[in-house]
Design a protein around this ligand. Structure first.
Ligand SMILES: C[S@@+](CC[C@H](N)C(=O)[O-])C[C@H]1O[C@@H](n2cnc3c(N)ncnc32)[C@H](O)[C@@H]1O
Length: 411
């Protein structure tokens, strides 16, 4: 078994050959081994931990993507007003930057400490040790506004600041692997989960397994905070984005409606109905979305239909499984409005539902040609590329989709 495979099995991380071999080389030098085969054969769990330390990416800083913390403060406050405390999980927490930012934001927001608890996990024992020490240098203070340093840190030396004990005591740090988390004991235990900038290092099956774990850990009315590039991966695996600007917040697809304000989900492949696919890529509140399913919607006559009506008709027909007729409406729409990206998007969906993936791919490409920031088309194309084993193209499309999502949240 290659060292890459060993590392992926132990951590879930997709580590490149170069990085894996460099880590082995470094450990061989430190342990006095001369041959890599002998080193790998003698690999003990303790030595594996050392090897893992060399391949993890513990990049983090205080108040990274800060809206996630402010959104959580609002949620904790609102729950506390109803007499409910909030259990927060940060996984992975790297050197503690994320959970400490959370604790500072809650304190700044005047939230009493009985109102919440914070658990923080990371695979790397080195990270957990650093988190428990709570000492940071300038790399951790990359946020635009670092006024919090005066309030919550003691200056130890030139480039070393220690977080105050009162905040450290609010967080329980533990070493742990998300993929091996004991979800039976912690089923639906957490109300808020930060899982940011981890899935980007996983391949698709590992991502699915990780999201499943997170879904088991999260309460049904809970909120999950992702890294901005990871939102599409969550949407493809049972989550729906929430309308909190720049927070990259999501809820479970089947979360109680009253608990959240969701933007329509993007479910690239398994979508059985077009009503779940928004007609425009801009987030809209639920009230602006399609009428509830329980109320039958008549298909309007197309004789005097405007182009927008034709697309609405197409959507309803596709919902009913009348794919050929739905396709005809889209083409009629295109005859009037040849540059209608949305019509190409829908033709992609219709062909996907008909199992014609090559045609679906072609239509979605036309869609993004006409409208390069069509988020849903980018997500569908990313998923299709992944299915076809083209992980490089999939990653590029996912990154594009993530940028669009981020811009959309900013407007
Ligand atoms: C880029 S940091 C993200 C830290 C923080 N969430 C943030 O967004 O700033 C990634 C962290 O994931 C940890 N990690 C990697 N695989 C993991 C796993 N399977 N379970 C838990 N943590 C893991 C690494 O040790 C590393 O500290």
């Amino acid at each position: 078994m290659t060292v890459q495979t060993l590392l992926r099995r132990a951590t879930g991380l997709s580590v490149s050959k170069v990085v894996a071999e460099r880590a082995v080389q470094q450990r061989m030098e430190q342990t006095g081994h001369t041959g890599s085969e002998a080193y790998l054969q003698a690999l003990t769990p303790a030595e594996m931990t050392q090897l893992i330390e060399l391949v993890v990416v513990p990049e983090s800083w205080l108040f990274r993507d800060p809206q996630a913390f402010y959104t959580t403060v609002d949620m904790v406050r609102e729950r506390w007003a109803r007499g409910r405390s909030t259990r927060i999980l940060s996984i992975p927490c790297a050197g503690g930057e994320e959970p400490y930012s959370m604790a500072m934001a809650l304190r700044d927001g005047g939230v009493p400490k009985q109102a919440f608890s914070i658990d923080a996990y990371d695979l790397s024992p080195g990270c957990i040790e650093r988190a428990q020490a709570g000492v940071y240098g300038r790399n951790a203070f990359r946020a635009q506004d670092v006024a919090f340093r005066e309030r919550y840190f003691t200056h130890l030396a030139d480039d070393a600041y220690r977080i105050m004990d009162a905040l450290r005591e609010q967080i329980t740090f533990k070493q742990g692997n998300l993929l091996q988390f004991d979800t039976a004991s912690y089923r639906h235990h957490y109300d808020v989960i930060f899982c940011r900038n981890l899935l980007i290092y996983f391949d698709k099956p590992t991502t699915r397994a990780a999201v499943e774990k997170l879904s088991d850990l999260l309460a049904d009315d809970g909120m999950l905070l992702a890294g901005y590039a990871e939102v599409p991966a969550f949407c493809q695996n049972g989550f729906t984005p929430l309308q909190h600007r720049q927070a990259f917040a999501l809820k479970k697809d089947d979360a109680p409606a009253a608990a959240h304000t969701a933007i329509p989900p993007v479910r690239p492949t398994p979508a059985r109905t077009l009503r779940s696919v928004p007609a425009t890529p801009r987030p809209v509140a639920p009230s602006a979305a399609a009428p509830p399913r329980s109320r039958p919607v008549p298909v309007p006559s197309s004789s005097a239909a405007t182009p927008v009506d034709l697309l609405a008709e197409a959507r309803l027909l596709a919902d009913r499984g009348q794919l050929r007729e739905a396709g005809e409406k889209c083409h009629a729409h295109l005859a009037r409005t040849p540059e209608a990206a949305e019509a190409y998007f829908m033709l992609g969906i219709i062909n996907e539902l008909a199992g014609k993936m090559d045609l679906a791919d072609d239509y979605w490409r036309r869609c993004i040609y006409l409208q390069p920031d069509h988020y849903e088309a980018l997500c569908h194309l990313a998923l299709l590329a992944e299915r076809n084993g083209n992980s490089t193209a999939a990653a590029t499309l996912r990154a594009r989709a993530a940028r669009v999502y981020q811009r959309r949240q900013a407007t």
